[in-house]
Write a protein that binds this ligand. Structure first.
Ligand code: 4NP
Length: 167
């Protein structure tokens, strides 16, 4: 196994809605690009409300409708060690980002996930937990757009693999 993997951590509040969806979407994108052995992907929450729980049913259903199975993921809380371990620590909203900055560790790595989707018109992924299923679909689309931007950034900055123009 290579030890030069790029490490990506997606972070929301509870780690049962937004960040596990982001993890599932990004895992599929990376696997489809043949880069699964080059990029390590995980997710976490800044609060411990749902440690050990599977993703919210609505998040599972939404991802499932798009062919992505996130049922095996389990909630965990972000730690200061994560800030040292991961190359990208990507928050879904400003509250998550501020919570991460409150941990000891290399906070320079903390960024906003939607910075990779500059055309989407928003900077935060809205928290869908207290809303209906449409909220989850909207979140899915934002995450999908940012995931593509993130992979392009990793290719350029870390893997030096240009998009294949003949694909
Ligand atoms: P997430 O959504 O941060 O996207 O996983 C939430 C999940 C649970 C709660 C809030 C947001 N909660 O208050 O339990």
């Amino acid at each position: 196994m290579r030890n030069d993997k790029v490490r990506v951590l997606f972070v929301c509040l509870g780690n049962i809605c937004r960040s596990p969806m982001a993890e599932g979407i990004f895992r599929k994108l990376v696997a489809d690009a043949g880069l699964a052995d080059r990029i390590l992907i995980d997710s976490a929450g800044t609060h411990g409300y749902h440690i050990g729980e599977p993703p919210d049913e609505r998040a599972q259903r939404t991802a499932g409708r798009h062919g992505i199975d996130i049922s095996g993921l389990r909630g965990r809380e972000a730690t200061a060690a994560d800030l040292d371990t991961f190359d990208y620590v990507l928050a879904m909203d400003y509250e998550n980002r501020d919570n991460l900055r409150g941990l000891r560790g290399d906070t320079a790595k903390v960024g906003m996930f939607l910075a990779y989707a500059p055309g989407c018109g928003c900077t935060e992924v809205p928290d869908p937990y207290f809303g209906g299923c449409e909220g989850f679909e909207h979140v899915y689309r934002l995450l999908e757009e940012a995931a593509a931007g993130l992979l392009a950034d990793i290719r350029e900055r870390h893997l030096r693999l240009a998009e294949n123009p003949y694909k």
